[in-house]
Write a protein that binds this ligand. Sequence first.
Ligand code: F0G
Length: 522
Amino acid sequence: APPSTDYATYCQPRLTEMMGIVGLDKHYFQGEGSRIRYRGADGAEREVIDFLGGYGSTLLGHNHPELIRHAIANLQGNMVHHGQLSVRAHAGQLGRRLSEHLHAATGRRFMVLQANSGAEAVELALKAAEFAKRARISQALKRIETELYASSCAAQAGKRLRAGDLEAIRALVAGGGDASPAELFGALERYNRRAAAARPMLLGLRRGFHGKTTGALQLTHNEAYRAPFERLGTPVRFLDPGDLAAADEAIADSEVSLYSVTDSAGELRLSKSAFSNIAAFFAEPIQGEGGIHPLDAGYLQRIRERADRHDFPLVLDEIQTGMGRTGTLFYAEQLGVRGDFYLLGKSLGGALAKISAIMVDEQWYEPDFGLLHSSTFAEDDYSSSMACRVLDVMASEGILQQCADKGRLLGVMLRELQQRYPDVIREVRGVGLLIGLEFVPREDGSPTLRDIFMEGRLGYIIAGYLLNKHGIRVAPTLSSPATIRLEPSALIGPDECRRLLDALALVCEILRRQNAYELTNY
Ligand code: F0G
């Protein structure tokens, strides 16, 4: 039977039309390991090697037998799925395991909070970071107000302000021209409260991607996604990855000053305490959706130093890079850079549960936060227990090593191909089983192919060709549509990689000959 038309009619009319044009409008009805199946227009079953891997969610393949067994046992054992407002033992277990891992890697203690999707984990991190930053500001404000109170009492008792400070306070609080010292203390307090309430600054990176809920979307750089909804959220300052001067400028711009009057050396003195009002710095250690661009470790380390110096949290969004895909549970472990927050999603539920989690350094965790954020579906026993089993399977099957080894092999093969076709493939980027293959445009070639490239359709055309002609499923990254991203399961075999390479070599031949017809007629 042809793919159901219900999806186009009731769910996704535009997308289905676009997928139809490039031959991606298939319904996959069965999946096992790195293979999935659909029925062609003739009704015959076709098996496909999945190098798209659920955009990174099927690291353990489709329907991993051990995970299926575990899911069935949980369901048949009548596990309580929705036991809200109770002790979530499985969430606790998952939390302990992730936290212990990070403790071993960083020497820090982390709290583990759960959400249901990647974007929701980003929301959670945003809220937790802002909550903690605000608590710090409130604490500073409280200390200053206590000082101001004591100093105003001292002033009333006749103690004098240091020469010049009275004028300085008058200049600071507009309209303080003929105010009495007592009135000036009140004005200073109001000034501080206004300053402390200033909206925070959020820092993100150009090419960054953090999901599409209204909050997370502000951190997602791609304008096509963000601009239509930018009125809804807190604006984000985007920095060029690697540009430390831009980071320093943003940090300087975020500075907020609070003023106190302290009693010292027999007189009252005006004093200033400045802090950086950055709620969080978000970064993907390898920018995935933006085109598989690894960040420079030195740059991230310098940001780490600034985070410590200016007291803002570094949020490492490892939703794409984490769960072992790069050869370590967190990619940051290889970079030797510590985050204050780590985010996981995608493969955490083994592609059988929708679950994401954030790890928060205790230094940035306010116990009250847990009372303020919750979700009907988060911390459920089923998903938490699945995630724990995912960690078991990763250990027993040596998934980290497999990702490292297979990724290295695939990388070598792809770089060889790139050297054979430097006129077609610009670059191979990535680590482990997170690889991007960027194609280059040709000035002198087929006008049809040039149009396809300019309109951002080349990656989709290649995906359609590879799927229909060679039974290989890939997709471009959304924000870099001439970059094919490869995120196969760790179970991928050498023969499957070879088939991918043979098919990609044919794509390169076609593009070298600029034969648009062959690429679109299969
Ligand atoms: N953060 C990163 C680094 C991501 O790659 C994604 C999603 C998200 C957050 C949002 O997760 O989709 O579960 O809400 N990445 C996609 C991609 C969709 O193309 O890789 P989500």
